[in-house]
Design a protein. Sequence first.
Length: 234
Amino acid sequence: MTEEYCDCWEYEEPASLPLIGDEAPEFEAQTTNGQVKFPADYKGKWVILFSHPADFTPVCTTEFITFATMEDEFKKLNTELIGLSIDSITSHIAWLKEIKDNIKYQGLEGVEIKFPVIADIKMEVAKKYGMLQPGASDTKAVRAVFIINPKGIVKAILYYPLSAGRNMGEIKRLLQALQVNEKDGVSTPANWMPGDDVVIGAPETFAGAQERDIWMNDGDKTVHSWFLVTKKQK
């Protein structure tokens, strides 16, 4: 009697990850503010979609408090916040209530989380956005941030490990840089802050480079070289 050999394996679909320039994956989900259909419900607005590892965790709590205190700043930039973790809606509600009722952090207390938090027990949204990374955890989403423009296009992606809290000021700065790029077609240099000079794109032809040789500093633009020209932000 011979032993049969089966070279078989169970196929598991790899986690997807939308790339910059892709359409944001669609989903419907329950949130702490009710049912949401994404990105259709946010047409015409910028969105910061971010995941956190779990409710009732210390770093996540500091992030949510910080995001909540900046929500009006984001709204002035036509931007909505949406959080997510692999927890139930009941867990989300209990955690947000605990933050409001009992947490004091850096002089802040009574902070109400008004932006929606997605309940993703089945990990459906987390998998669509590549928020689950087995090297970090099989059951907790990493600290992912997706900045999505009013047309539902992914414009920026940030990933942080479970152990490091995000810099919300940098997320806001990046959002503002993306908005300047879409509005004026310019780029932003290292350490750019709103109001700083912006960068004019480098020429893409030899003739264009030659033309730059006659450009002069004129109070609006500064010619550092034929490939590096900055100008005042409009």
